[in-house]
Design a protein around this ligand. Structure first.
Ligand code: SF4
Ligand code: SF4
Length: 302
């Protein structure tokens, strides 16, 4: 076995043993058509391979919101714990293993504060810190595709994972691009987004080698209002005790406790999509009970 292949297999075995659910390897050439400001080399100029790992979000945390009963598991486990504990730990193990073999690795966490500094290198389009799209990284590393919703979808978990990365100067064995189809264009994501943030047509396209991936436009500002629970029509945490200009105390609790705040919890783009993909038999991961087991909750308008 050549060094590239054996190191690739070593990293794969390590990542899975440490708790990653998915891992793939993208040669840097797969980012040839990426926008210059989102190219891996803006973060690590000698990148030869971009490694993607996927960590599944616990289905029960999503289900507790789907039932309208419990939001903290999602905000704690699927945001805080995955982003700030589990992913950094696994990324660090991969980086240290690369160092054992004489290579460098830069861990790519979530979230970012992109391009905030002044430009300091003439060969870089912007100042630090660079930013790559983690969902595009997942696609480039062969882990899945993009749905209409712009969500990254894997054949194992659909939209139910987060992607993280390592950029390395090691040349590793590429994972073949995913050429299947998880998304069947059902548009359940669009119909169930309370913010009407998604378009219906796949007009945003990106090409990686000979494969074209696409998604519909996403209005992140519209999403943000519902996602953060700022619209009382879609958040149960507005209870009428808020003074003028105040937000629910629960929002502050989540942000202080978990450093993240999601109230929508992807009603359309995550939960509707997951339910649809599971019920139509399109995902490899199977469960003994359906994701959505009853009619969806809807708040009474006040
Ligand atoms: S809900 Fe349907 S259209 Fe939307 S991303 Fe999922 S599978 Fe695709
Ligand atoms: S998080 Fe909620 S508001 Fe945002 S796009 Fe998804 S379904 Fe729409």
């Amino acid at each position: 076995m050549n060094e590239s292949l054996s190191l690739t297999e070593d990293l794969r075995t390590l990542a899975l043993a440490e708790g990653a659910d998915l891992i793939g390897f993208a040669p840097v050439s797969r980012f040839a058509e990426a926008p210059p400001e989102n190219h891996p080399t803006t973060i690590f100029p000698s990148t030869r391979t971009a490694i993607a790992i996927g960590l599944a979000q616990p289905r029960g945390a999503l289900k507790a919101v789907e039932e309208g009963c419990f939001w903290q598991a999602y905000n704690c486990d699927s945001y805080w714990y995955l982003n700030e504990v589990e992913a950094p730990r696994i990324l660090r193990r991969l980086v240290m293993r690369l160092e054992e073999h004489g290579y460098d690795g830069v861990p790519i966490h979530n979230p970012f504060h992109p391009h905030s500094g002044r430009q300091i290198r003439e060969d870089q389009p912007f100042g630090p810190d660079g930013m790559i799209s983690l969902r595009v990284l997942g696609v480039a590393a062969g882990l899945g595709e993009l749905g209409v919703s712009k969500m990254f979808l894997s054949p194992q978990f659909g939209p139910r994972q987060r992607i993280f990365g390592v950029l390395t100067n090691a040349e590793l064995e590429p994972t073949p691009l995913f050429k299947g189809q998880v998304c069947d264009n059902c548009l359940a994501c669009v119909r169930n987004c309370e913010a009407a943030a998604m378009g219906t047509d796949r007009t945003v396209k990106l090409r990686i080698e000979d494969v074209e991936y696409s998604h519909a436009p996403l209005d992140c500002q519209a999403c943000g209002v519902v996602h953060r629970g700022d619209d009382p029509r879609y958040s149960p945490f507005w209870n009428g005790s808020e003074k003028e200009g105040e937000k629910p105390s629960y929002n502050k609790f989540c942000q202080d406790r978990f450093r993240h705040l999601s109230i929508c919890v992807g009603r359309g783009c995550l939960r509707s999509c997951l339910d649809h993909l599971e019920k139509s038999g399109r995902l490899e991961k199977k469960f003994k009970s359906p994701f959505a087991e009853r009619k969806r909750w809807k708040l009474e308008s006040k």
